[in-house]
Ligand binder design. Structure first.
Ligand code: AMP
Length: 278
């Protein structure tokens, strides 16, 4: 595995790999099994695997959140080496943004609801970094987790708008044994909040069962109340949306596939999760 810090060096290395397929996994590091499931899949499906580890400042709307974001680069490098990654790209902020990125994307509804409504500018920052990384790596396939369900919708739209020649591969959510969706942020939970956090997924699972007995609005309220019953958790939103457009669902019978998406604060840690509701 080669660790590369500069765009110039990465492009030079990859110019020799263009005969085969290049798979790319963008991450912000503090890697766990969720990230590694993307890496393993990229390893199986491509000749060359590139992973980026870059904590992108433009997608953080809260400077404190950026400051506290976990950084474990030595452990990350060990995991990536063991997984057979070819190149790990670890650029500095100046390397990615030599000048401030002023681009403003228009994703319509996709970046206005849920995470977009509660984290202003977040998806614009995600689009900035992903489009830069796609330009640099020019991968054949890029791997993203369904854990960040809304992010996937935004990235699909970004690819459509920019015409980037890359296949977006969606990977299922990897969970802890108690159901909590794996996240770099889980390491920031206090022991008490870590014990409380699996209640989020428990409520999502129950929602799947209750769906036939409640209207969409009733179920949204039920899930919110159920999670909020735990005094250590506070729901920011729970929305049942159209899987493609992210428009709020109004009934179960419109023939559209639906996803239930939740954001919760556990102490001062923000957790997200989602579930397919058919
Ligand atoms: P991040 O480092 O949080 O930006 O995540 C990098 C990629 O890993 C994103 O595509 C995430 O959706 C994905 N990812 C993070 N956690 C999980 C998980 N528990 N299961 C599957 N994919 C995940």
């Amino acid at each position: 595995m080669k660790q590369v810090d500069t765009i110039g060096e990465l492009k030079k290395e990859l110019s020799g790999e263009r005969g085969g397929k290049i798979g790319f996994v963008p991450t912000m590091g503090a890697l766990h099994e969720g990230h590694m499931s993307l890496v393993d899949r990229a390893r199986r499906e491509n000749d060359t695997v590139v992973v980026s580890v870059f904590v992108n400042p433009t997608q953080f709307n809260d400077p404190e959140d950026l400051r506290h974001y976990p950084r474990t680069i030595e452990a990350d490098l060990d995991l990536l080496r063991a997984a057979g990654v070819d190149y790990v790209f670890t650029p500095s902020v100046e390397e990615i943004y030599p000048e401030p990125d002023e681009r403003v994307f228009d994703f319509g509804l996709l970046d206005k609801v849920m995470e977009g409504a509660t984290r202003p500018g977040h998806f614009n920052g995600v689009a900035q970094v992903v489009s830069r990384l796609f330009d640099i790596v020019a991968p054949d396939r890029a791997y993203f987790g369904q854990k960040d369900f809304q992010q996937l919708a935004v990235i699909r739209e970004l690819v459509r708008q920019t015409g980037a020649d890359v296949e977006i591969v969606e990977c299922p959510i990897v969970r802890e044994e108690d159901g909590l969706a794996m996240s770099s942020r889980n390491t920031l939970l206090t022991p008490q909040h870590r014990i409380a956090a699996p209640d989020i997924y428990k409520a999502l699972c129950k929602a799947r069962e209750l769906k036939s007995k409640m209207s969409v609005r009733e179920l949204e309220k039920w899930v919110t109340d159920e999670i909020d019953k735990n005094p250590l958790l506070k729901v920011i939103y729970f929305r049942i949306v159209d899987r493609d457009t992210l428009a709020e669902a109004n009934n179960w019978t419109d023939g559209k596939l639906k996803q239930g998406c939740v954001a919760v604060t556990a102490g001062n840690v923000r957790l997200i999760d989602n579930v397919y509701l058919g």
